[in-house]
Ligand binder design. Structure first.
Ligand SMILES: NC(=O)c1ccc[n+]([C@@H]2O[C@H](COP(=O)([O-])OP(=O)(O)OC[C@H]3O[C@@H](n4cnc5c(N)ncnc54)[C@H](O)[C@@H]3O)[C@@H](O)[C@H]2O)c1
Length: 226
């Protein structure tokens, strides 16, 4: 399946960055959806600013930056956003019910072949997928902040995610010049956060127990673990 059109749902911190990478690095046509014009405007302004920085640093020409902006189509309408999408990347707030409602809408408006992904940090992909008729097409596509700079995408399988869905997300990630890792089960924290969060809690405990100062913990991790 050739991927040409991407829908990004939510133009916030993650969504605007993902939309930029999809349009700039992979050259996809991107529909970017939010719920208010002001949120879309803010997302588009952030993308323009970020592209401007690349032009300033001579990593991108102004002509290419303009072409990227033209490939991103902001919209408030779900049907326009996902109606022709080959892949949907949801980056709306971290609330299960909201995500389930959104996935129900993707199911209704996106083409049958479309792969439906969520950038969720902590919600079960299996639970999100339950509201769709094709849970095999649903998976986690977890970008890191800021998506423009961070090279990793964690692909997260729900209980019913198919191999083809994982393959499509892998191809799309590669086109965005991202590295992927596959999390075989949608357990809390997936891979990176599953390792990171307990370590952060331990650091807080060490401070609380008076074992080391905040500054020394920072220094120890920076110089000891690079
Ligand atoms: N912030 C991070 O560092 C980070 C990192 C990785 C993943 N995530 C995940 O990415 C997702 C988005 O996080 P964020 O930090 O970008 O949040 P954010 O609040 O910055 O952006 C969310 C955007 O979604 C919009 N939105 C709300 N309801 C919507 C709807 N029904 N349809 C379309 N858009 C809607 C909001 O108006 C907002 O612009 C969350 O699931 C979060 O867990 C966040």
């Amino acid at each position: 399946m050739e991927i040409r059109k991407v829908a990004v749902i939510g133009a916030g911190l993650m969504g605007h960055g993902i939309a930029q990478v999809a349009a700039q690095v992979a050259g996809y046509e991107v529909h970017l959806k939010d719920i208010k014009q002001e949120f879309l405007d803010k997302g588009m302004d952030r993308i323009k600013w970020s592209l401007g920085k690349l032009v300033e640093k001579e990593k991108l020409t102004q002509k290419d930056a303009d072409a990227v902006m033209e490939r991103i189509h902001p919209t408030l309408d779900m049907k326009t956003a996902v109606g022709e999408a080959d892949i949907v990347i949801e980056a709306a707030p971290e609330k299960l019910q909201l995500k389930q409602t959104l996935f129900e809408a993707f199911d209704e408006f996106a083409p049958d072949h479309a792969v439906l992904t969520s950038n969720t940090s902590s919600i079960s992909i299996t639970e999100i997928a339950k509201t769709t008729k094709q849970p095999d097409k649903v998976a986690g596509m977890y970008f890191f902040n800021p998506p423009q700079l961070m090279k990793l995408v964690e692909i997260v399988r729900g209980e019913k995610t198919s191999d083809v869905t994982v393959e499509v997300i892998t191809i799309v990630s590669q086109k965005m010049r991202r590295e992927t890792v596959l999390c075989h089960r949608d357990r809390l924290g997936f891979i990176v956060n599953h390792i990171l969060v307990p370590a952060l809690l331990d650091a807080i405990r060490l401070v609380g127990e008076g074992v080391a100062s905040l500054e020394d913990i920072d220094k120890a991790i920076r110089l000891g673990l690079n």
